[in-house]
Design a protein. Structure first.
Length: 344
C-alpha cells in the first residue's frame, strides 16, 4: 500500500510505529530550523555571536544589537519561514490532488498567474491604492489561472493532462509578464523584476502580519484536509464507498493550495520550485501519508527558503542577492530529472 497510514492492526502497533517515525522526523527538522534561525539572526553584514542574539531576543533593553535583530533580521527570518511553509504545503496538496510528482504551484502556472497579476498591478500604478491590495491581486491571478487550467483539462483536476497544460499556461503567463515589464517604466520594471526573482530583501513586520493569517489558517486546515488525500489515493470508487465527497474535497483542496501559494508569492515574489522540492524531500525521509507529511513538508519548505535567503545575504557581501536565484538553481535540474523519470 502506498499509504500505510490508513492501515491499523488490532493492537495498533503499526500505527504507533508510523506515528513515532513522523514525530521523530518532525522533531529533528524543528531543531534544525531553530538552529538555522539562530544562525540567520547571527550572520549578516555585521556578524554577531549567537549569545548576543539570544540576549537581544530575551533582554533587548540590555543589548546593543536589539534594533538590528528585532527590526531588520527577525522579520526577514519569520517571513522566510512562513513563505517556505506555505509554498511547500501548497505543492504537497497539488501533488496529492492530481497524483503527479511534477505538480507544484510554479510548474503548473499558479505562481505565474499570481506574478502576472501582481506585475500588472504595479505597472498600472496600483500602489497608489495601497500596498495591501497587492496580495489580493496576486491571489486573484492565481485563482483565475487555476480555474482556467481545470477548464482546459476537460476532465477535472485528476487528469494527467493538468501538468502539461499547466506548463503551457506557465510559459504563456511568463510571456505576458515579460510584455508588461517591457511596456512599463524603468522604475516599475526594476521593482517588479526584483519581486519576480523572489526576494525577502527589506522585509518588515507588516509583510509578516499580512502573510501570517493565511499561514495560521491555511496550514492547520491543510493538516485536517490531508486525510482526504489518503482516501482519494485509493481510487475514486473506493473513496466514494468510504463516504468521501470527491468533487467537494477536490475543490476545497485546490482552493486551499491556491490560497497558500498565492499569499506566499504576494509577499515574497516568484520563488520557484519550493513546492516541488519540499514534498519530495519529505517522502525521502520515510514519511508516509499526507497527514504526517504536512508538518514535515512545511518545515522543509521553511528550511529551503531560510537557507536560500541566508546564502543570498552573506555569500556575496556587500551584495544581497534574491533567494529565488538559489532555489531555482537547485529546483530546475531536479524538475528536469523528475520530468525524465515521468516521461519514461
Amino acid at each position: 500500500m502506498s499509504h500505510p497510514v490508513l492501515l491499523r492492526t488490532a493492537d495498533g502497533r503499526f500505527s504507533l510505529r508510523l506515528e513515532r517515525c513522523t514525530l521523530g522526523v518532525t522533531l529533528l527538522l524543528t531543531l534544525a530550523l531553530a538552529a538555522s534561525v539562530l544562525a540567520s539572526l547571527s550572520l549578516g553584514s555585521q556578524a554577531t555571536s549567537p549569545g548576543a542574539v539570544l540576549e537581544a531576543l530575551l533582554v533587548p533593553e540590555r543589548s546593543d544589537i536589539a534594533l538590528i535583530v528585532h527590526e531588520i533580521r527577525l522579520p526577514r527570518v519569520v517571513l522566510a519561514i512562513l513563505v517556505g511553509a506555505c509554498l511547500g504545503v501548497a505543492g504537497l496538496l497539488l501533488q496529492g490532488l492530481v497524483r503527479n510528482p511534477l505538480a507544484s504551484p510554479d510548474v503548473i502556472g499558479i505562481t505565474g498567474g499570481a506574478s502576472l497579476a501582481a506585475v500588472g498591478f504595479l505597472a498600472l500604478g496600483g500602489t497608489a491604492l495601497g500596498e495591501a491590495w497587492l496580495p489580493l491581486a496576486a491571489l486573484g491571478g492565481a485563482l483565475l489561472v487555476a480555474l482556467a487550467i481545470i477548464a482546459l483539462t476537460g476532465r477535472g483536476v485528476t487528469s494527467a493532462r493538468l501538468v502539461l497544460i499547466g506548463i503551457g499556461m506557465a510559459a504563456a503567463l511568463g510571456a505576458g509578464t515579460t510584455l508588461v515589464l517591457v511596456l512599463s517604466t524603468d522604475t516599475t520594471a526594476m521593482q517588479a523584476y526584483v519581486w519576480l526573482t523572489g526576494s525577502l530583501y527589506a522585509a518588515q513586520w507588516r509583510e509578516v502580519a499580512g502573510l501570517a493569517p493565511w499561514a495560521l489558517v491555511g496550514l492547520p486546515l491543510a493538516l485536517v484536509l490531508a486525510r482526504r488525500l489518503d482516501v482519494m489515493a485509493l481510487g475514486d470508487e473506493l473513496a466514494v464507498g468510504l463516504g468521501t465527497a470527491l468533487q467537494g474535497s477536490r475543490l476545497a483542496l485546490l482552493l486551499l493550495a491556491v490560497a497558500l501559494a498565492g499569499a506566499a508569492v504576494a509577499f515574497a515574489g516568484g520563488l520557484s520550485f519550493v513546492g516541488l522540492l519540499a514534498p519530495h524531500i519529505a517522502r525521502r525521509l520515510a514519511v508516509r501519508g499526507h497527514t504526517g507529511m504536512v508538518p514535515v513538508t512545511a518545515l522543509i519548505g521553511a528550511l529551503i527558503v531560510l537557507h536560500a535567503d541566508l546564502l543570498g545575504r552573506v555569500a556575496f557581501l556587500p551584495r544581497d542577492l534574491p533567494a529565488g536565484i538559489f532555489v531555482a538553481g537547485i529546483g530546475a535540474p531536479f524538475f528536469v530529472y523528475l520530468l525524465y523519470r515521468w516521461r519514461s
